[in-house]
Design a protein around this ligand. Structure first.
Ligand code: OFO
Length: 172
């Protein structure tokens, strides 16, 4: 059974995951109207979908453990970006914020000796390591490319090959 305090803390994370989904959905919509970056657009849509799944996973966990998952309102995300670089920088900043939030939840679960929640959160810990790492790699690549059009072409061509894998997915 979830404590009221843990339930409230997990509810906050629902908002953070759902907000992430909105932030990346806005990036996807913006990218979609920029010429020649179809795969980057797909990448953002995919990230948005993944974040929605992270939110759903939390909702089910809370409700299954005798709590109540409250569905929050979301804040309006940034709709446009001065450049692709800015969008990816935002993505990295956002993932760092999410990681911090997950770490705080882990800490809270240990304090309460809520080992079921602690165990559940390990999936998010692993996921954040992957996602932060990916965001850093993409930012580094964009930095190298600078204003080179051919570099951006290759970046767009390759981006879908570097998607984050579910850390719990069975190995093929
Ligand atoms: Fe939910 O994994 Fe990133 O933010």
């Amino acid at each position: 059974m979830l404590s009221k305090k843990m339930n409230a803390a997990l509810n906050k994370q629902i908002k953070i995951e759902g907000q992430s989904s909105q932030v990346y959905l806005a990036m996807a919509s913006w990218a979609e109207i920029q010429p020649g970056i179809d795969n980057i657009t797909t990448f953002f849509y995919r990230q948005s979908e993944e974040e929605r799944e992270h939110m759903l996973k939390l909702i089910h966990f809370i409700n299954d453990r005798g709590g109540f998952a409250e569905i929050p309102a979301f804040d309006k995300p940034s709709l446009t970006f001065p450049s692709l670089k800015h969008a990816f920088h935002e993505l990295l900043k956002h993932e760092i914020m999410v990681s911090k939030s997950i770490n705080k939840l882990v800490e809270a679960s240990l304090k309460e000796k809520d080992y079921a929640t602690h165990n559940f959160l390990q999936w998010y810990v692993a996921e954040q390591i992957e996602e932060e790492g990916l965001a850093r790699t993409l930012n580094d690549k964009l930095e190298l490319i600078g204003d080179e059009k051919s570099g951006l072409y290759l970046f767009d061509r390759d981006i879908l090959g570097v998607a984050v894998e579910d850390p719990n997915a069975p190995t093929p």
